[in-house]
Design a protein around this ligand. Structure first.
Ligand code: TYD
Length: 210
């Protein structure tokens, strides 16, 4: 029987998650699955406005203010896009979700882990992804990629310009998540050609695929 599933992609800047999300969406459509793709923060008109505020390089939000911005965008995305799609048995692929707040606001910024976890659950109405794929690339390699992209496209300076230690704390938080919730959260090596990484992604979803 068809069943809606929520799959999130996570990782440090430049890990290639957007490419992998697109490859998975295509593979699922070929298997006849109805797929909705979206991103965080964003994915709704309100969420995209909140994203612009979050990434505005002229602002330095207090870490709690930063958290509440992403939570507001998340609450709106769940209500307006994710829950309706799941109710129609669609698969929702989301580029970042609640685990990003644990990685960036708890890990990176140092907010208390347990409080962020609880606030996430409030914002999502208790919804967690059915599976979360952390695309893991050594931090220096990922940052090099992200900063190259930044020099050519409209980028995300507020986070990408953070010191390397910030990104290592983000990575450590992702490792903690993968250890704490091994059934839901999977570590996927993201080095090598995108087509190879895609096969690793499919491996981690094997039990869910139609
Ligand atoms: P994203 O568009 O994924 O940026 P990139 O493609 O450069 O990885 O996300 C934008 C930024 O928002 C990213 O640097 C991480 C940050 N972010 C948080 O700090 N907390 C959150 O909960 C989310 C969803 C994103």
């Amino acid at each position: 029987m068809a069943k809606g599933l929520l799959i999130s992609f996570e990782g440090v800047e430049g890990c290639g998650k957007s490419t992998q999300l697109a490859l998975l969406a295509e593979a699922l459509r070929q298997r006849g699955v109805e797929v909705v793709t979206t991103r965080e923060p964003g994915g709704t008109p309100l969420g995209e406005q909140l994203r612009a505020l979050l990434l505005d390089p002229s602002q330095t939000p207090n870490p709690w203010a930063e958290l509440f911005l992403v939570l507001a965008a998340r609450a709106q995305l769940v209500a307006q896009v994710i829950q309706p799609a799941l109710a129609q048995d669609r698969w929702v692929l989301v580029d970042r979700f609640a685990d990003s707040s644990l990685a960036y606001q708890a890990g990176g910024r140092g907010l208390p882990w347990e409080e962020v976890r609880k606030l996430n659950l409030l914002a999502t109405g208790g919804l967690l992804p059915h599976r979360t794929l952390i695309l893991a690339l050594p931090v220096p390699q990922a940052l090099k990629r992200a900063r190259l992209r930044l020099s050519t496209a409209a980028g995300n300076r507020r986070f990408e310009d953070e010191e390397d230690a910030f990104h290592r704390r983000v990575e450590a938080a992702y490792r903690r998540l993968a250890q704490e919730e091994p059934q839901r959260v999977r570590w996927v090596a993201a080095d090598g050609p995108p087509s190879e990484v895609h096969l690793r992604v499919l491996d981690q979803l094997e039990d869910l695929l139609p």
